[in-house]
Design a protein around this ligand. Structure first.
Ligand SMILES: *Cc1c(COP(=O)(O)O)cnc(C)c1O
Length: 401
């Protein structure tokens, strides 16, 4: 029997119905091509992309930097095994260290996996320095991933009954409430882990006074301050890392999404004093995988070289101003965010309807909660792209509100 490789939209959608395990509802289109700020489906319809692969494709779609790095690395070395160092791995770690407050890097493949690494490192620290303390305080409304431990760390109401029993040792407290942290703190606490800006939770910012108080509390008690920067890292918020906004240094940060520009890659960064794993404690078949390392190096180098964090800050301000211009007309409230991680509240809970209609009109946006719209375009976005986005959004809001 010969295999046929499907390219026709109807055949592809029929096959998807039969062969893809159902996990989520997706629109009846098949993405086929991407360039810069745009995606095209198999019917050649064009979409302006304001979710950027879920805050992932920071350099836009199919950028030369990734294409060339992959092309070169595939001629050099694709996989050497996790038991060997490789050239791009060392260079990438050096680049991350030179541009952050950290000294040590551990590489993995996804945000959840980087967070698992952070949880293990915090528990190791608890074992060595805090009489076996193993509990981690996290925030209500947070998101840390979909492995069992990171689901347990996540403060999402809807997930509480899912896939029981959860991994123990997580204690959820409301964000920006220092007294709640002090109440939750016990001799069994080894770390506080939070997103400096909650992304999936609807772009909710931690206050600077709160973060500074947490830093002080961690210094006094010896527990670790972990920032999950999976969504906020690599220029997204207008600085290379979001912790830079707060005038403090976390003990650990985790990075994913933007760090690979679309290639599956994540990292855990920490200080020399937490370089405490023993041989065999932590690892992974693809930790430091050469293709991922070459891509990560190229992406982060491009973000730094072209100062895309500054573009994120500038275009983020422009985007928020444009949203404010139309906010009275459509009753949009709480326009918020930092850099190119932006959200606003709708007057009604019809977020998914608005997302669907925008898609119909050739614009991709996201509704993380029924009454919230979130925008996280590639860091290369221009004012012209934002004008086009606002035009389509206003057209859709006129129709649906
Ligand atoms: C997306 C996200 C994760 C999970 O990353 P995956 O790559 O999907 O495992 C974890 N934390 C935050 C803050 C995220 O936004």
């Amino acid at each position: 029997m010969t295999n046929t490789y499907l390219e026709n939209t109807t055949e592809l959608l029929n096959e998807a119905q039969q062969s893809i395990l159902f996990t989520t509802i997706r629109p009846n289109i098949v993405m086929d091509y991407g360039k810069g700020m745009y995606l095209w489906d198999t019917d050649k319809k064009k979409y302006l992309d304001f979710i950027g692969g879920w805050a992932v494709t920071c350099l836009g779609h199919c950028p030369d930097a990734i294409r060339l790095a992959l092309a070169h690395q595939t001629t050099q070395l694709i996989n050497a095994s996790p038991s060997f160092l490789n050239t791009p791995m060392i260079n990438f770690a050096k680049l991350l260290i030179e541009h952050s407050c950290f000294d040590r890097v551990f590489f993995t493949n996804s945000g959840a996996e980087a967070n698992e690494g952070a949880i293990k490192l915090a528990r190791k620290h608890g074992t060595i320095k805090l009489n076996g303390a193993c509990e981690i305080i996290t925030a209500v409304n947070s998101f840390h991933g979909r492995t069992l431990a990171t689901m347990s760390a996540t403060g999402k109401e809807k997930w509480q009954a899912l896939f029981e029993p959860k991994v123990g040792g997580f204690n959820h407290v409301p964000l920006n409430d220092i007294d709640a942290i002090k109440t939750a703190l016990s001799p069994n606490t080894c770390a506080i882990m939070l997103e400096p800006i909650q992304g999936e939770g609807g772009v909710i910012e931690s206050k600077e006074t709160y973060i500074k108080a947490l830093r002080q509390l961690c210094d006094e008690t010896g527990i670790l301050l972990i920032f999950d920067e999976v969504q906020t890292g690599i220029g997204r918020t207008g600085k290379l890392f979001a912790y830079e906004h707060y005038g403090i240094e976390p003990d650990i940060i985790t990075l994913a999404k933007g760090i690979g520009g679309g290639f599956p890659l994540s990292a855990l960064l920490t200080k020399e004093k937490f370089n405490i794993f023993e041989a065999g404690d932590q690892g992974g078949t693809y930790s430091g995988q050469p293709l991922a390392m070459a891509v990560g190096y190229a992406v982060v180098n491009e973000v730094i070289k072209n100062n895309l964090a500054a573009n994120a800050a500038k275009q983020g301000t422009y985007l928020c101003n444009k949203l404010r211009d139309i906010s009275a007309k459509f009753n949009l409230a709480n326009i918020r965010g930092k850099g190119l991680l932006v959200a606003f509240d709708l007057p009604t809970s019809n977020g998914s309807k608005i997302v669907a209609e925008c898609l119909n009109e050739g614009l991709i946006i996201n509704s993380p909660r029924p009454s919230i719209i979130r925008l996280m375009p590639p860091l290369i976005v221009t004012s012209e792209d934002i004008d086009t986005m606002i035009e389509i959004l206003a057209k859709v809001l006129t129709k649906l509100t």
